[in-house]
Design a protein. Structure first.
Length: 369
């Protein structure tokens, strides 16, 4: 029995009828851009997070960039972010003309290290961007305190944490502003690209909305140089259907994570993830750590197990950021983890039988047989 890394077809089957009805209505009205469903989704997602404003945009990278631009971050400024993240976090900083200042992560959860953040703050720091990686929530209490002392905003990269909570408070509601992605594989995924910016600040939300619409608060009135980055109505229909099931699907992910922990508890050489104190993780990814990772990954693939690596190269060691001059050894925790991390299949409809198959294959692979 092969086990895919992700099964979007099973998820779609659960919402197919509702999506078809919604799409029929959109196509009947031909309201493909700025339709009523976009405003409805923005309102419902804001309510879900307990924030005042949600602005739908074209994708998660745009969401980060627009949030930074709306805050006035630009050339000459520095933005602190973790070395262990998808490159889009750094790309958004570069896109506004600021300098990414990378820091290491903690050993246990591979999330941004607040001590490293505090040490990296300078008079040029304009924002701190914690990443809620793998469906966890970053240590926001300390990070907000550091940012407040420095007089800079916190921009949450919440692309992997839809529904996660810290001490009962949703990721995406814990900083000055947050950005998320609705890429299809996310916990709340569209049928294509999509993203959103969330905040309690009405003026900041309006700046994001204007910047995402060619700098235009109303038709043919262009106050600033903006761009075109809109969440389209078709994606809003899909997201509305899935948002209604997000809590249930996240509970299924938590159950799957608990089952993996039980199945792998007695497997020497496999380090399973654990939730930080106060966290209600949503397990966007289930990331274990093993020695000889590349061989183990190849053996899992040969056994029909769809595993992956998130992410194989820390940002500072990519060609895109070689100009920062941060070679091997700059961030030892992130660099070591990049050689050990292995993402196992994880999705709401993952069955116990499939997980047993994954655990058995992993057990054989780490033992070398």
């Amino acid at each position: 029995m092969n086990v895919p890394f992700l099964d979007l077809a099973a998820q779609y089957d659960e919402v197919a009828d509702q999506i078809r009805l919604g799409l029929d209505a959109v196509f009947a009205r031909t309201a493909f851009v700025g339709g009523a469903e976009v405003a409805e989704f923005e309102r419902e997602y804001a309510d879900y997070l307990g924030v005042e404003h949600c602005v739908g945009v074209g994708n998660g990278t745009d969401a980060l960039e627009l949030a930074l631009r709306a805050l006035g971050v630009g050339p000459g400024g520095e933005v602190i972010l973790p070395a262990n993240t998808f490159i889009a976090t750094a790309e958004a900083v570069s896109a506004v003309g600021a300098t990414p200042v990378l820091v290491d992560v903690d050993e246990e959860h591979l999330l941004i290290d607040p001590d490293a953040v505090a040490a990296a703050v300078t008079e040029r720091t304009r924002a701190i961007v914690p990443v809620h990686l793998f469906g966890q929530t970053a240590p926001m209490g300390r990070l907000v305190a550091i940012a407040t002392a420095a007089g800079v905003p916190v921009v949450e990269d919440a692309a992997q944490s839809q529904g996660a909570r810290k001490n009962g408070h949703p990721a995406g509601s814990l900083g000055t502003v947050a950005a998320t992605s609705f890429y299809p594989g996310k916990n709340l995924g569209a049928a294509g690209d999509g993203g959103a910016v969330m905040t309690d600040d009405a003026e900041l939300a309006q700046r994001v909305r204007v910047l995402s619409a060619h700098g235009s608060p109303s038709k043919y009135v262009h106050e600033v140089v903006g761009r075109n980055s809109r969440l389209d109505t078709v994606q809003a229909v899909v997201l509305l259907a899935k948002l209604a099931r997000l809590e249930k699907w996240n509970e299924l992910r938590r159950g799957a994570a608990d089952r993996y922990a039980e199945l792998l508890a007695d497997v020497p050489g496999v380090r399973v993830p654990r939730s930080a104190a106060g966290n209600e993780d949503v397990w966007h990814l289930y990331v274990v750590r093993v020695a000889d990772r590349d061989r183990v990954l190849a053996e899992l693939g040969a056994a029909g197990i769809g595993a992956g690596i998130h992410y194989p190269t820390p940002v500072h060691l990519t060609g895109a950021y070689a100009h920062l001059g941060l070679g091997p050894g700059s961030f030892p925790v992130a660099e070591r983890a990049a050689t050990e991390i292995l993402s196992l299949p994880m999705y709401p409809h993952l069955s116990a039988e499939q997980q047993e198959r994954v655990a058995d294959a992993l057990r054989r692979a780490v033992r070398g047989r």
